[in-house]
Design a protein around this ligand. Sequence first.
Ligand code: AMP
Ligand code: MG
Length: 341
Amino acid sequence: MEDEVFAAAEELRRGGVVVLPTETVYGLAANALDPIAVSKIFKIKGRPHSDPLIVHVLDDTWIDRYAYINHYENRIRALVESFWPGPLTLVIKKRAIIPDIVTAGFSSVAVRCPRHRMFHNVLALCDFPLAAPSANPFGYVSPTTAEQVRQTFGKKVKIIVDGGSCSVGLESTIVDISKEVPKILRPGAITAEKISSVLDEPVSDYEQIVAENPTTPGQLKQHYCTTTKLVLFQNGHCEIPSVSSGKVAIIFNKKPSNIEKIMKKLPLSIEDIFWLSENGDQSDIARNLFATMQKLDGIGYSVIFCERPKRDGIGVAIDDRLLRAAAKYQVSDGKGPCLDV
Ligand code: AMP
Ligand code: MG
């Protein structure tokens, strides 16, 4: 095991906060059973206390320590067998051992077993669960590399364990299984269809949140925001807003075949054109999205244009993050040239 894994476990045992890699995004972790340690996460992130944290466990045998499983045993068994360790979070009724600060006072707790080996090893050394939201300032793009975390939290957190680029790149799917009909609270790599098929019962799918005051915590209309203006488009279907001044960047889902045509329509050069996958593979798009958004943010572009994905499979989750990231801007003003590529 790496030295930094031992150092992270030691710091967590002392009630500290460390950054750990997961397969979804990098997490800012603390002992979930220690309210003082957990309060440090909220402070470092600037996260409102109304937004509950996910509790990360070593394996399914830990669920019973922190949540009441009896009513939902069949559902838990089926989902854990198919998707754990992995990017699926289960919301279940909590036991009293989980402090209220973790669940924002709710009677339920969100539980996940991450797949990243280093996170797993830290959990095994600690023998307590870890609360770990994404390691970014509240509302900003989630980090999928250790370098991205260093840029924002390098001075605030002593231990940032580098586990490479996150293989999934988007936060976990969250499903509330304590409801009569299980409900998707956040879309992710594990889709509603997959969950429904494993449970062999209907699942109420995620609905894009448009309200400013959503009923479920953490479903803010605006989130994952870059500081540079982000404008979404749908390739060939949507007009690009007119750009009055400044350099622009454009992010496609796949490598465009007609780069010259694009350059004629927008004030950009070849270095300002990016793509998230070679051939449109949705997993590649998810994996590269946040890192590309952060790479292009705050480096002098007046606007970043980003193409929306097809809304199927993990595309629902990618589109959810993009819509929230761009929520404070118009999608299109209809006055610019139609990209039509
Ligand atoms: P993250 O932002 O990745 O840390 O995920 C936290 C999100 O999980 C919150 O914003 C909520 O949407 C959801 N969540 C966590 N705990 C609960 C809970 N007890 N009940 C419902 N949703 C929860
Ligand atoms: Mg987050």
